[in-house]
Design a protein around this ligand. Structure first.
Ligand code: FAD
Length: 467
């Protein structure tokens, strides 16, 4: 039996990053992972494969439709889907191998198998062949992540009716792909298959896409997606899905009730969200409390109600994002090593990696209205940004929200090229409690897309220069 300062169950972004930071701080650390490869949902079936396919499919679409405008004649590009999927698998392998290397480099013991907490301080690991080992630990971290939420009555077979995992591996481009759910995962994967030739219809229960994202930004984004060819059925619910060899027939009703219609699809992607994953962990036996959504309940410092058992990442409350899980991993390792680990939940960027991208940080207009905070808005369109115009990428805008009294930046929302990179300027500004004037007075290189951020900051006081 080995004794550790820390045993972490799950090597997704939360778990493996927590392990690295703990090892850096001198804690004797082990991880337990039931997947063959480390990296969790994010590296194996989430962030990395979806971004690889988004990149490849974007290039395909650019070559097919947009190269001509730059004087590049390539004819009609051919899709080798098998090769594209192999490229995606390579991206997964490269990244998961990278985590394996980092664990080794930091002298972290990696145990492959399913972990179960048999008592505080004891984790039993069951390997694939059934062999068990018990690890002793002063601290146990639950970093077991999340799994796909199913829709009642709609059986996912990962062929005709797929989850995000199946949608990363379709054998052929479907003629008609229907997405159930207009959230980030659905819209990203829907974009991939639309670019490769599928007709894509989004069925969304709410009267808008991207719940939680600034409403004005989401509306603009939907218009852009519609222009690209995606169809939307909002305020609608799928009540039945019948899969046959030929495809799937969906029964769709207005969300508020009413007459049902049917819709035929070749493939249906169920993307209605994810739920925390704690199956087989033994939490009931050791008495670890969970909330009504199945999330492990933690205090502000990631402690569960059982001393010595901690939890981070998708399995606890908060946005299900890889970087949120990572930052929690770092904060917890630092707290366990006697340092002051901390995550600022007010400044967690959120990105949709479509083209154009959508990125947000901080409060939305809806949040500020609900909180009764008076604010000013500075908005600047990419149509007025020199670099965007030159590169023919003018869809979207930058919007900055600043406190009406103090001018402190409270949030930013961007639809546009490189939005996922641009948002970090505002994230840093917010971490430093900057005002919109601070951003506006910062010299920005010309010609860059980032000048649109500066102009939006200037627009807060109605003094944008290029509008
Ligand atoms: C298609 C898709 C795209 C996404 N894209 C993005 C994105 O672009 N950006 C972003 O920030 N987020 C994205 N996400 C979300 C992101 O993947 C998660 O927020 C992130 O992986 C959460 O990290 P985690 O460490 O909490 O859990 P996970 O990554 O889920 O890792 C948990 C690990 O624990 C293991 N495990 C579970 N139970 C046990 C057990 N009993 N014993 C041993 N091991 C166990 C699992 O096998 C898994 O490897 C995406 C998700 C999906 C599905």
């Amino acid at each position: 039996m080995s004794t550790y300062d820390l045993v972490i169950i799950g090597t997704g972004p939360g778990g493996y990053v927590c392990a690295i930071r703990a090892a850096q701080l001198g804690l004797k650390t082990a991880v337990v992972e039931k997947r063959k490869a480390h990296g969790g949902t994010c590296l194996n079936v989430g962030c990395i494969p979806s971004k690889a396919l988004l990149h490849a499919s974007h290039l395909f679409e650019e070559a097919a439709h947009h190269f001509g405008a730059f004087g590049i004649e390539v004819g009609t590009p051919n899709l080798d889907l098998k090769k594209m999927l192999a490229f995606k698998d390579q991206a997964i392998e490269g990244n998961t191998k990278g985590v394996e290397f980092l664990l080794k480099k930091n002298k972290i013991d990696a145990h492959h198998g399913t972990g179960r907490i048999v008592a505080p301080g004891k984790v039993e690991v069951t390997a694939e062949d059934g062999a068990t080992t018990t690890l002793e630990a002063k601290n146990i971290v639950i970093a077991t992540g999340s799994e796909v939420t199913a829709l009642p009555g709609i059986a996912i077979d990962e062929k005709r009716i797929v989850s995000s995992t199946g949608a990363l591996d379709l054998e052929a481009v479907p003629e008609h792909l229907v997405l159930i759910g207009g959230g980030v995962i659905g819209l990203e994967l829907g974009s991939v298959w639309r670019r490769l030739g599928a007709k894509v219809t989004v069925i969304e229960y709410l009267d808008r896409i991207l719940a939680g994202i600034d409403a004005d930004t989401a509306k603009q984004f939907q218009k852009i997606l519609a222009k690209q060819g995606m169809s939307f059925k909002l305020s609608s619910k799928v009540t039945k899905a019948e899969a046959t060899d030929a495809g799937v027939t969906l029964t769709v009703e207005p969300a508020a009730g009413g007459e049902a219609t049917t819709l035929d699809a070749d493939v249906v992607l169920v993307a209605v969200g994810r739920r925390p994953y704690t199956d087989g962990l033994g939490l009931d036996e050791v008495g670890v409390a969970r909330d009504e959504k199945g999330r492990v309940v933690t205090d502000g410092h990631y402690a569960t109600n059982v001393p010595g058992i901690w939890a981070i990442g998708d399995v606890i409350a908060g946005p299900m994002l890889a970087h949120k899980a990572e930052d929690e991993g770092v904060a917890l390792a630092e707290l366990l090593a006697g340092k002051g680990g901390h995550v600022n939940y007010g400044v967690i960027p959120n990105v949709v990696y479509t083209y154009p991208e959508v990125a947000a940080v901080g409060a939305t207009e809806e949040d500020l209205k609900a909180q009764g905070v008076a604010y000013n808005v500075g908005k600047f369109p990419f149509t007025a940004n020199g670099r965007a115009k030159a590169n023919l990428m003018t869809d979207g805008f930058v919007k900055i929200l600043a406190d009406a009294k103090t001018d402190r930046v409270l949030g930013a929302h961007i639809v546009g090229p490189e939005a996922g990179n641009l948002i970090h300027e505002i994230a840093v500004a917010m971490e430093f409690g900057a005002s919109s004037e601070d951003v506006a007075r910062t010299c920005h290189a010309h010609p860059t897309l980032a000048e649109a951020v500066k102009e939006a900051a200037l627009a807060v006081e109605k003094r944008a220069l290029h509008m």
